[in-house]
Structures are given as structure tokens and as C-alpha cells.
Design a protein around this ligand. Structure first.
Ligand SMILES: Cc1ncc(COP(=O)(O)O)c(C=O)c1O
Length: 365
């Protein structure tokens, strides 16, 4: 078979263990998943109502233009409908951008550690990957700008960055974009945008007006609590969004997902409550870290990366045995740490108690 050479050594995406699996393996009654930055409060009641009422024929293809959700989102963001592009999760838009722009002979610049799908898709397309190490959890924007050359097609920015939670400020972003040639696409992945509370954060809607080579990615998977429906979207200058559209699969957003996302969007009070609860949850973790002398990055997202300076896989397994699934920093490229999704107050207390027991037991050894 004539596979692309570069995919022969690529591993498929490894989803973490499900709560059902962990319950079975460890014989636990209750398991809390704090590994994928999902919303511990679920989704808006409005979504549940709209899904209950859904009675259209399942034999009909979805609306390929995503007409209603597109209109609602364009109104919400004060954008023209043509500036939007939808994906089966923002994952799919990352794939579309890579498919549209990357190929052998081109290169792409990205931070590391960051969201692994930028790299994965670039490798599939055979492009050269230029990974620039984070500095103190933040993008090294100067080094990233210097890594761009005449063969660079795409630059990826992740703000707040997964897995460190550090955001890019308005001043930093503009300083960087001013150095990027206008024929190079800059992808600004804002999967955790709705959680951000920092005053020095940029306004992405102003950014795309001023920089026609920027596309912003957001998702309904995180604060909207709709990860199972797979709806992500991008917005950019109209010409850019339209040029990307032919790469999109027809009917890529299923009918139920379109309705769920529109219902979720209509309930901004749910989003405000979740943002507030997340902020309080982060404060719980910060206090825990201070009490235990652990380093952490202050986060603008719904997760926190804590440096236990230990074998992160051992801590990961220990927490799992206590009923808490987190992400091991070893798997994220930052050994010694774990990344924990901020849960409800009780879930946070529970995982912190388990972390305390781990610390007490490792000191004893
Ligand atoms: C930074 C970032 N971008 C994109 C995604 C993909 O989100 P989705 O495909 O669910 O929209 C994630 C999910 O974890 C993420 O952390």
C-alpha cells in the first residue's frame, strides 16, 4: 500500500481511560474525570429542553450551511455570517487548515508543549514542524517570529495555552502579529476563551479586523459543556473564511449538534456562572499549592498544571486508584507535573485530599 511515509510512525490519538473502565479496574463506585477540561457543571438546561423536543426526521441530511447557528453566532459576535466556518470540533478546523495549507516543502511554527493536534496534522501533511519551547509556560513569541521564513505557511498560537493555562496579552499579540508577513496564516486557538478574566487579554474581534491573516478558533466543547456534540468554529476576515471552506466536509455538523450549540449559546447566564465557579475553583487549587509549597502556573483556563516534582505517572496512577482521572505531565511533555481540570468545589476538594495523601505517603518513603 502506498501510505504517506510520515504516517507510518504516527500513533493514533489515545483517549484517556473512561470513568467506566476506571471503576471496573479499581473496583470504585464513584470516579471523577478531571482529565479533558470538560465542564463539571454539564450544559445549560436549554440544551436538554431542545434535545428532548427534537423530532425531525433522522433521514434528512443536516443543514450544510449551519444556517440557524451561523446566524445566531454571527449576531452574538457582531460578525458577518460569511466570516464563520464550522468544524466537527475545532479539531476538524485544525485538520482543514493543515490540509489546505501544509505540504512537503512548507513549514509550520508552533509552541511546545501545546495542543498536540497542530503537530499531528502537520506531520500527516508532510510539512516541516518548527516547535518553539515555552518559557515559563508562555509562548516565546520572539523566537517564534524568528522561526518564520519564506516557506512558513501556518503559525499556531494557543491562548490560554493548553496545558499551562497562560494567556497571550494584547500587547504581546500585536507585537508578534506586526512581525508576521501577511501571507502567513496565524491560527489563534481560543478553546478556553470564555474562562478568561485577565484585563490585559486582547479582543479577538478587533484583531481579525486589523490582521487579515488571523483566524480565531473557539469551541462549544469546553465551557458550553457540549463536547459530545463536536461543534467548533473559526472566524476570520471573510476572504480567508471563504477560501478555507472548500476543504470542509459537506454536512460536517450534525443536526442535533447544530440545535444543541444554538441552545447553549442562547444561555449566557450559564456561561457566566461557570466562569465564576471556575475562578473560585482555581483559587482553591492555588491555596492548596501554596500550602504544600508546589509550583503552578496561574491559569486563565479551566485547568491547572501543578508541579509535584515527582514521577507524574506514579501520581497519575495513585489519583486514579482514588477515583480521580487527571492528565499526567509525562504525557504532555512536562514531566513532574499533572494537569487537573477544575471541577466542582467538592470534586476539587476530593482530588486535593487525594493529592495530600500522595504527598504524605511519598514523604514517608
Ligand atoms: C487548545 C485546544 N484546542 C482545541 C481543542 C479541541 O476541541 P474540540 O475539537 O472539542 O472543539 C482542545 C481540546 O482539548 C484544546 O485544548
Amino acid at each position: 500500500m502506498k501510505w504517506k511515509e510520515q504516517i507510518l510512525s504516527l500513533k493514533p490519538y489515545q483517549p484517556g481511560r473512561t470513568t467506566a473502565e476506571v471503576k471496573k479496574v479499581y473496583g470504585l463506585g464513584e470516579v471523577v474525570k478531571l482529565a479533558s477540561n470538560e465542564n463539571p457543571f454539564g450544559s445549560s438546561e436549554k440544551v436538554k429542553e431542545c434535545i428532548r423536543e427534537y423530532a425531525e426526521s433522522f433521514a434528512i441530511y443536516p443543514d450544510g450551511y449551519v444556517t440557524n447557528l451561523r446566524k445566531e453566532l454571527a449576531d452574538f459576535l457582531h460578525l458577518d455570517e460569511k466570516q464563520l466556518i464550522f468544524g466537527n470540533g475545532s479539531d476538524e478546523i485544525i485538520m482543514m487548515i493543515s490540509r489546505a495549507m501544509l505540504e512537503p516543502g512548507k513549514n509550520t511554527v508552533m509552541p511546545t508543549p501545546s495542543f498536540p493536534q497542530y503537530r499531528h496534522n502537520a506531520v500527516v501533511e508532510g510539512a516541516e514542524v518548527r516547535e518553539i519551547e515555552l518559557v515559563n509556560g508562555a509562548h516565546d513569541l520572539d523566537k517564534m517570529a524568528r522561526a518564520i521564513d519564506e516557506n512558513t505557511a501556518v503559525v499556531w498560537l494557543c491562548s490560554p495555552n493548553n496545558p499551562t493555562g497562560i494567556h497571550i496579552t494584547d500587547v504581546q499579540l500585536r507585537g508578534f502579529l506586526d512581525r508576521v508577513p501577511e501571507e502567513v496564516l496565524v491560527v489563534l486557538d481560543e478553546a478556553y476563551y470564555e474562562y478568561v478574566t485577565a484585563d490585559d487579554y486582547y479582543n479577538a474581534l478587533d484583531i481579525i479586523k486589523e490582521y487579515k491573516n488571523v483566524i480565531v478558533l473557539r469551541t462549544f466543547s469546553k465551557v458550553y459543556g457540549l463536547a459530545s456534540f463536536r461543534v467548533g468554529y473559526g472566524f476570520a476576515d471573510e476572504a480567508l473564511a471563504l477560501q478555507l471552506d472548500p476543504v470542509r466536509e459537506p454536512f460536517n455538523i450534525n443536526s442535533l449538534a447544530q440545535k444543541a450549540a444554538a441552545a447553549g449559546l442562547s444561555d449566557q447566564s450559564f456561561i457566566d456562572q461557570c466562569r465564576k465557579a471556575n475562578k473560585e475553583g482555581l483559587e482553591q487549587f492555588y491555596a492548596f499549592c501554596r500550602e504544600n509549597g508546589l509550583d503552578y502556573y496561574p491559569s486563565e483556563a479551566n485547568f491547572i498544571l501543578i508541579d509535584f516534582k515527582c514521577d507524574s505517572n506514579e501520581l497519575f496512577e495513585y489519583l486514579m486508584s482514588k477515583g480521580y482521572i487527571v492528565r499526567s505531565g509525562a504525557a504532555l511533555g512536562i514531566p513532574g507535573t499533572v494537569r487537573v481540570t477544575v471541577g466542582s468545589k467538592e470534586q476539587n476538594e476530593g482530588v486535593m485530599n487525594a493529592m495530600s495523601s500522595f504527598l504524605a505517603e511519598t514523604v514517608k518513603r
